[in-house]
Design a protein around this ligand. Structure first.
Ligand code: ATP
Ligand code: MG
Length: 605
């Protein structure tokens, strides 16, 4: 665990007064009733006895974010992070970061590190008020889980089932048919203890037996038809090595993890609603048996985030990376937290997005433009402005030497870097030069202007933004008729910011970059990854719906102020949108900028 200052929490400050939602109401009601007032906290996770010896819990509530360290976090996880860490912060509580590593899949430390990094980057941490770090691994609870399983057996609440997998499946029934009791269901406690010990001691093969909770094979909730709680799996675990060859099932492990960590409110997505009765069944029994403390954790479900124009299934994201369709987990088109970060999204914009979409119990799709809107809001008053030319053509001011006495003369120009000053500060400025030759956008010249065109065409005057008014005189063309250079004359005494600036009225000001001090840069124009709003809904083939134009790489000219850009610095390129200096590839020698989003929502319009 890395964290610079253990005494100071970096939990992001609440962005604004939040509208209430049903989860906040549940917490408010618990605080009012004093549901958790008597809770004690043993300083770290543990059983009832451990916590009873501790102090009254300094955290008013405890929540947790419980990722499986088997992949990179995506924007859906960001919602869960904002819900869990945000509620803990808002109610003087603590949110634990718990790695749910009860599956003996080969763990990648890479994923653990990446998840820690992502949650920190989003602006959250897992410290108690006294600086104690609540970072936990569920695999550290295997001993207790085993003890809990033995307890259930002793109470006649669990049995070792040795039916074949097929029989077990067939006997479970379905939505219309009740299940059928296993022939092993009425084994004696002694026999069950023996067989469970055999499972643990490696005497049974994978799949030969499972431990099942003994509940009700006729329950309308299939999750209560004697769910499996332990299975045999001869596999090495990244944390516990070969100590175990039986592993708890998620439905059994998760409530126990919550209970040992004294979680007060266990928030999860709606898919787990049907598992809540088992969650309560299990914790009720463990509490009655004195293994865990009262009040036990309660589970509450909210709707998961579905974001248009992306996919958020780990499996599908992995495919996009493994197949080389995208360039890694942090490809700026990936809806992973690292993809969003590299694309230029700010932590505040993602947190605001999560607050704005709120938590409900209704299944819905959130439009990707909502996320982009939050980014624009965040950057509007922060991102320095800059002029760039993305599709350059040269423009020559043919009377330059005549007006300024030398063809090489450079006029110093200044524009504000932000439209408004921050409180108590001066408006920051940017400086650049205007000379005889400048780069302009190809589309800013038309030999024959279309109706309503206000930019450069022979005889028309425009202002070079922050510079002079110029009058177009024509263009040079190559043999194929392509414009190779636009020609114009500078109108003396019209420089922006001087008394004569308004002496000549123009209908347009165009963006430009000086040929003398413009900087060549690679610009990566990113767009939506899919052309369909719900690329993987309803059995659609998401791969066939990938946007072929999701990335265009161009060489552009950018104003000299951008030479100072550091990786991750964000800018508003005037008229084009928000861009970020790529965190991996950008350098002063070889600038690379990623397009985050345009200035307005233009998709589908
Ligand atoms: P995936 O389906 O992409 O593999 P997962 O749910 O299996 O994701 P976990 O690591 O188990 O991944 O997720 C950690 C937490 O994040 C869980 O509590 C889960 O409910 C939550 N979560 C995952 N996806 C979303 C989503 N789209 N919206 C809200 N919460 C989510
Ligand atoms: Mg999961």
């Amino acid at each position: 665990m890395s964290s610079a200052d253990a005494s100071k929490s970096n939990n992001a400050a609440p962005e604004a007064v939040k509208p209430t939602n049903f989860l906040r109401q549940i917490i408010e009601s618990d605080l009012e009733k004093g549901t958790h007032l008597q809770r004690r906290w043993g300083g770290n996770p543990g059983d009832a006895q451990h916590h009873r010896q501790g102090q009254p819990d300094p955290a008013k509530i405890r929540t947790r974010f419980p990722p499986e360290p088997n992949g990179y976090l995506h924007v859906g996880h960001a919602k869960s992070i904002c819900v869990n860490f945000g509620l803990a912060r808002d109610f003087a509580g603590t949110c634990h970061l718990r790695f749910d590593d009860t599956n003996p899949v080969k763990e990648d430390q890479e994923y653990v590190d990446a998840i820690i990094d992502a949650v920190h980057w989003l602006g959250f941490d897992w410290k108690d008020a006294d600086g104690h770090e609540n970072l936990y691994f569920a695999s550290n609870y295997f001993d207790f889980m085993y003890r809990a399983a033995v307890y259930l057996i002793e109470q006649g609440l669990a049995y070792v089932d040795e039916q074949s997998a097929d029989d077990m499946k067939a006997n479970r029934g379905d939505f219309t048919r009740p299940g059928v009791n296993s022939p092993f269901r009425d084994r004696s406690v002694a026999e069950n203890l023996q067989r469970f010990a055999d499972m643990k001691d490696g005497k049974l093969e994978d799949g030969a037996a499972v431990l099942r909770a003994k509940i009700d094979m006729a329950s309308p909730n299939i999750n209560l038809r004697d769910p499996a709680i332990y299975r045999v799996r001869h596999a090495e675990h990244h944390n516990t090595g070969n100590q175990w060859c039986i592993y708890p099932m998620y439905t059994f492990a998760h409530p126990i993890e919550d209970a040992l960590e004294h979680i007060t409110h266990s928030f999860c997505t709606l898919e787990f609603e049907d598992q809540r009765p088992f969650y309560d069944w299990l914790l009720d029994h463990l509490r009655e048996g004195g293994l865990i403390d009262a009040p036990q954790p309660r589970q509450y479900e909210f709707a998961r985030l579905n974001l248009t124009y992306v996919v958020t299934s780990k499996r599908k994201l992995k495919h996009l990376v493994d197949s080389g369709l995208l360039n890694g987990w942090d490809d700026p088109r990936m809806p992973t937290i690292f993809g969003l970060r590299r694309r230029g999204f700010t932590p505040a914009s993602i947190r605001n997005f999560c607050d704005r979409i709120g938590v409900t119990k209704d299944y819905s799709w959130i439009d990707y433009s909502t996320l982009e809107g939050c980014l624009r809001e965040d950057l509007e008053n922060q991102a320095h402005r800059a002029m760039v030319v993305l599709d350059p053509v040269k423009l020559e001011l043919t009377n330059w030497a005549e007006v300024f006495g030398s063809a090489d003369h450079l006029e110093q120009c200044t524009l504000p870097a932000l439209p408004h000053a921050a409180e108590g500060e001066a408006v920051p400025e940017r400086h650049f030069t205007l000379g005889r030759e400048v780069w302009i956008e190809r589309e800013d010249f038309a030999e024959v202007p279309p109706k309503g065109y206000k930019r450069l065409f022979p005889g028309n005057k425009v202002r070079l933004k922050g510079g002079y008014v110029i009058e177009c005189t024509g263009a040079e063309k190559d043999a194929d008729g392509n414009v190779t250079k636009v020609l114009a004359t500078v109108v003396p005494d019209t420089k922006s910011g001087t008394p004569g600036a308004d002496s000549v009225k123009v209908k347009a000001a165009i963006t430009w970059v000086g040929a003398a001090d413009g900087v060549e840069a690679e610009v990566r124009l990113y767009d939506r990854l899919f052309t369909d709003a719900q690329p993987d809904a309803g059995g659609k083939d998401y791969l066939a719906l990938m946007n072929p134009d999701s990335l265009k790489v161009i060489t552009a000219y950018v104003e000299p102020s951008l030479k100072a850009a550091q990786p991750d610095d964000k800018f508003q390129f005037e008229r084009f949108g928000y861009f970020v200096a790529d965190r991996k590839d950008h350098s002063a020698e070889k600038p690379v900028f990623n397009k985050i989003t345009g200035l307005k929502d233009s998709w589908g319009k």
